[in-house]
Design a binder for this molecule. Structure first.
Ligand code: C2E
Ligand code: CA
Ligand code: CA
Ligand code: CA
Length: 278
């Protein structure tokens, strides 16, 4: 321990420098994993609640480890975001998902919407529109197959720029979803001006449904709000039949969650699509 200028004791713990060294190692490994194409993508189906049909998938990045485990995106996405590596990751991911869409098309599978997560740095980056336009063109894919998900906090950060960027995405033909909705404080007026295509109710509000005194108020409010504004609503993290029933009765359009399907690697998912005749 050492006494700082203000007289307080400051610990220079060896574990602290180990932690930052560990972080640097992780960053270095992530960089090489991205550049060697060692990341993979799992896809989680999105279901229309009235028909039960699969209408889309969400692409979720995975970092496989030699022992067969995965480092979860909640650990490496923030790291990639802070270091700027997220742009390389995003380039790679857009190419991959377009390749996947064209493979599904070649197999005669129905047109599935592909939702991709776009972080703050990616969304604000000037190259986003060209990246999407180029990848779509290379695979002769309709832009309407792609949906960009931005979190409510990204959507709220710089209103003017966000509205302009969404307008450009929509001009390209790409749709836009507001992810983790309900956790921020978007005003009604702002939401109306955003022209988003979909609100994704954050998992926390689905988990809480049917638990407390006023059981499904937030989910219900988001569904009604979305519909008043002509925006479709998707419920995230649906795990039980009771939640699905409640959401259906509230008129929620779509759902995603372990009840229907967990995120899965492309091969078994494609197999399943072919078997069930998507
Ligand atoms: P998110 O966009 O909110 O994605 C949904 C997360 O919920 C996924 O976690 C998914 O596996 C999980 N999930 C889905 N259904 C259920 C359920 O029924 N119950 C529970 N408990 N969880 C469920 P995952 O794959 O670990 O991703 C975590 C976050 O990492 C994502 O949250 C997203 O913000 C970020 N992320 C993932 N892939 C990418 C990417 O390619 N780019 C960017 N920028 N962010 C990504
Ligand atoms: Ca998402
Ligand atoms: Ca989410
Ligand atoms: Ca989330």
């Amino acid at each position: 321990a050492k006494r700082a200028d203000n007289g307080q004791l400051v610990w220079y713990s060896p574990s602290m420098s180990r932690a930052s060294r560990r972080r640097l190692d992780l960053l270095h490994d992530l960089e090489s994993a991205i550049h060697r194409g060692q990341l993979t993508i799992h896809y989680q189906p999105q279901i229309a609640l009235d028909s039960g049909e699969i209408v889309g998938v969400e692409a979720l990045a995975r970092w496989p480890q030699p022992d067969g485990s995965f480092i979860p995106p909640d650990r490496f996405i923030p790291l990639a975001e802070q270091s700027g590596l997220i742009l390389d990751l995003g380039n790679w991911l857009v190419t991959q998902v377009c390749g996947q869409l064209s493979e599904w098309r070649a197999l005669g599978l129905g047109a599935l919407r592909m939702a991709i997560n776009v972080s703050m740095v990616q969304f604000n980056h000037e190259g986003l529109i060209d990246l999407l336009a180029d990848a779509l063109q290379r695979h002769s894919l309709s832009a309407s197959l792609i949906e960009v998900e931005i979190t409510e906090s990204v959507a709220m950060a710089r209103p003017e720029e966000v509205m302009a960027k969404i307008a450009r995405l929509k001009a390209l033909g790409v749709s836009v979803a507001i992810d983790d909705f309900g956790t921020g404080f978007s005003s009604l007026a702002y939401l109306q001006k955003l022209h988003a295509d979909r609100l994704k109710i954050d998992r926390a509000f689905i988990r809480d449904m049917g638990l407390s005194e006023n059981p499904y108020s937030i989910a219900e409010m988001v569904i009604n709000l979305g519909h008043k504004l002509g925006i479709k609503v998707l419920a995230e993290g649906v795990e039980s039949p009771a939640q699905a029933t409640l959401l259906r009765s509230l008129g929620c359009d779509e759902a995603q969650g372990f009840l229907f399907a967990k995120p899965a690697p492309p091969a078994p998912l494609t197999h399943w699509f072919l078997e069930t005749g998507l």
